[in-house]
Design a protein around this ligand. Structure first.
Ligand SMILES: Cc1cc2nc3c(=O)[nH]c(=O)nc-3n(C[C@H](O)[C@H](O)[C@H](O)COP(=O)(O)O)c2cc1C
Length: 369
């Protein structure tokens, strides 16, 4: 007998000891980080976008066995791709110098381009995690209802107010408002990328009053000041990705880690060159070279699949100029440490900022003066 979610998303987020959500980060975060953040009192997220259905089932079961606290699982809503073979050949030709540079042959045209989303969704539904979040598109109302009936709260990613309305219209439990500062892939699905680049401050403040569902702020939140700012804007929680990239539990490659540690200011840009979908990362030679023609690369998931091996080998060989270095605009503020310690430190800072604001507004507490 299916059961309804034990509590609303608003109650779940309000009950977190620390209202910080570790963003799901494909290629950068695994179950260890999700568990560490969850056990520290925040909410961890499993990035399941590249997992096979069996892995999704197994990783959710393992997290459920390890903790009674809520955690999230994230999928990328992806339609099956059947690209024109001529387009694939052309895209591979464009990548040939990059494969050459690493001393590996150009891959054959692939037979499949992305995991089967419907199979992933079925596995997620059956495993019934406390919360599931989605990006790149919107679910159907039936899918939302099915998840809720299984006891899973549903979060949809929105980069504009219109996208927040689209999620709200199908009864989603919470909206993740992804501002333009955010690292990694952008979630836009209604308007082209450049028209969906709204800063987190404006996005949260404009979505908050027009949807009933609680809003989670994401993008550029790097420390306790950012967490306090997100809550001040009316967000129910702050979702942080880039801030976890140097955590001990992060699974990024060495060259990626080194670039984050030595990053100059204003180092990131949005590109579709690596995957055919807009994503923010530290600018490198690959992004610069493709800048003029990036509009011509095949749409996600095709380009993503065609560059996959290139990026894996570049990571192994230490070539950070050929690697996707996903990171958000606040990347220079990234700190090292254990994920649990980072979360606790940020919350401590957020509480201090809040006390400072209180002092600024009300003056000294007469009992303590
Ligand atoms: C390396 C990396 C990988 C990401 N992978 C995912 C993902 O798999 N699914 C998703 O919904 N968002 C993903 N994101 C975006 C985050 O959910 C979030 O929107 C973003 O990290 C927030 O901005 P910030 O990086 O400035 O904290 C990723 C972000 C980064 C930095």
């Amino acid at each position: 007998m299916p059961h309804l979610p034990a509590m609303t998303a608003a109650a779940l987020l309000a009950n977190l000891a620390i209202p910080i959500i570790q963003a799901p980060m494909l290629g950068a975060s695994g179950p260890a980080m999700a568990l560490a953040v969850t056990q520290a009192g925040g909410m961890g997220s499993l990035a399941a976008g590249a997992l096979a259905p069996e892995e999704i089932a197994q990783q959710i079961a393992a997290l459920k066995a390890a903790t009674d606290r809520p955690f999230g699982v994230n999928l990328l809503i992806t339609r099956p791709a059947t690209p024109d073979p001529a387009m694939v050949s052309e895209a591979l030709e464009r990548l040939a110098p990059w494969y050459d540079r690493l001393g590996i042959g150009l891959p054959e045209s692939p037979n499949d381009y992305a995991p089967d989303f419907d199979a992933q969704f079925a596995a997620l539904l059956a495993a019934a995690p406390p919360l599931a979040s989605f990006t790149f598109d919107v679910l159907t109302r039936d899918q939302v209802v099915a998840l809720q009936a299984a006891g899973t709260l549903v979060v949809g990613t929105a980069t504009t107010v219109a996208e927040a309305h689209a999620w709200a219209a199908i009864g989603v439990d919470a909206i993740c408002a992804q501002g333009s500062e955010a690292g990694g892939h952008r979630g836009e699905f209604l308007r082209p990328g450049p028209e969906s680049l709204i800063g987190t401050m404006a996005l949260v403040a404009t979505i908050r009053p027009v949807v009933a569902a609680p809003v989670i702020a994401a993008g550029g939140i790097m420390d306790g000041r950012g967490v306090a700012a997100a809550l001040s804007l009316g967000a129910a929680a702050a979702q942080m990705g880039t801030a976890f990239l140097l955590a001990e539990e992060a699974t990024i490659s060495e060259p990626w880690r080194r670039r984050i540690e030595t990053v100059p200011d204003d180092a990131t840009a949005v590109t579709r060159a690596f995957t055919g979908r807009n994503a923010r990362g530290i600018e490198n030679e690959f992004m610069q070279t493709f800048r003029a023609v990036e509009g011509e690369v095949p749409a996600y998931p095709v380009q993503n699949r065609l560059t996959r091996e290139l990026r894996v080998v570049a990571g192994r060989l230490g070539d950070s100029e050929t690697l996707s270095l996903w990171a958000g605009q606040g990347v220079s503020l990234t700190r090292k440490g254990r994920a649990a310690d980072l979360v606790r430190a940020w919350w401590h800072e957020a509480c201090e900022v809040s006390a400072l604001l209180h002092y600024r507004t009300h003056g000294p507490d007469p009992d303590n003066s």
